[in-house]
Design a protein around this ligand. Sequence first.
Ligand code: EPZ
Length: 419
Amino acid sequence: MESSRLLIEGGRGIEGEIQIHGAKNSVLPILAATLLCGDTSCIHRCAGLSDAFAAMRILRSLGCEVSHEGSTVTVNSANAEGDIVSDGLMHEMRSSIVFLGAILGRVGRCRLSFPGGCELGPRPIDLHLEALRWLGVKITEDHGILDCTVGVRPQSADITLSLPSVGATENIMLYSALGSGETVIRNAAREPEISDLAGYLIKCGAEISGQGTSTLVINGVSELHGCEYSVMPDRIEAATYMGAAAITNGELMLKGINPADMYSCMSVFSEMGCGVYPYDDKIFISARKPVSAVRTVRTMPYPGFPTDCQPIVMAVLAKSSGTSVIVENIFENRFMAAPELRRMGANIKAEGKVAIIEGVKKLYGAPVRAYDLRAGAALVVAALGAEGQTQVSNIHYIDWGYESIETALSSVGANIKRV
Ligand code: EPZ
């Protein structure tokens, strides 16, 4: 279905300041975690994202009372007995698999459909299921439906993940927080969002240590209580706006961000020749000259360069002097922005995990299409630095992860409107 589109007139320098919202990839697992408390939690800095609204619908379908006022979401999970996440709801949000651990932890049973493979390639959940089975959960998979029932949980479980999966780490944390037994996760994801989820759970009474390192230890407790919690700022949203400043030779003050979450992003923008100045809760970026190529950008698990920023950086490097190489090590199919950027005059060859970007002097506005969340954001960034008008369609993908991207960008001088 043809959703609304963004019309962008490029060529204007971005100048001003943007207040960064709460992180999408933190608020989703934290909303799932509110199921475990059995009373009321207030979550602040919940951005107005379609993914967040989908998570609220899932919580309501499980029997929670959910209301939101501005960026504060209140969840009362006292009467949450649900153990089924409908097919429709599962398909609305790719990352709804993170509800599995929370529902099992709360009601002991869960039936949901596999989250469909998405634009980034198949989204396997084998590590999630392997870990939960290791924790005694009985799981049958039949025609894409997962039917899970908790069994006898070992007094101590020592789980080593074959790759530091963010979602698998979150599901194990959510399942292990309640109940009795010690769970050790080795090769755990170290993303700041993991530490944020741990922060919320600890405030609810959970016993967790090691968050932010590769070894997490969770000691199950008999009950958790609700709390007030403010979600960490969105480092990927911040990196997106840094890209907008870089490609338009503008300058931006990003407020309400934690620079400590962004060293690998900041260093890539510095290597492009941007001035990047971190303060305690803000980052100033100045790009007063055309960006230069970056030899090689490799996406890696945190604290390496985040895969979510890769399409954004591809767009910025498309209009630069010199040749850059991007190696995408996390997802199989995450160069969806490349063909659309080529329609705007970019010279990008994407082959398997590697993309070669020959920087060009100019990009030109063109009708382009978003095929996934961050590729869509990359097209918006490219359009800001292109000559003429760009139409970006399929922007419902962008609304998954950005609260009204056009409002933020217009506020710093971009000529962008939603039609
Ligand atoms: C989270 O996805 C984020 N989503 C993604 O952000 C982010 O790109 C990703 O972490 C990596 O940082 C949310 O937090 C909601 P993974 P997740 O499990 O948990 C493979 C965005 O744009 N894998 O760390 O799905 C997987 O296929 C989104 O905001 C398995 O093979 O990421 C991928 O190739 C996109 N088996 C790699 O590991 C599994 O059981 C990393 O996946 C699990 C994952």
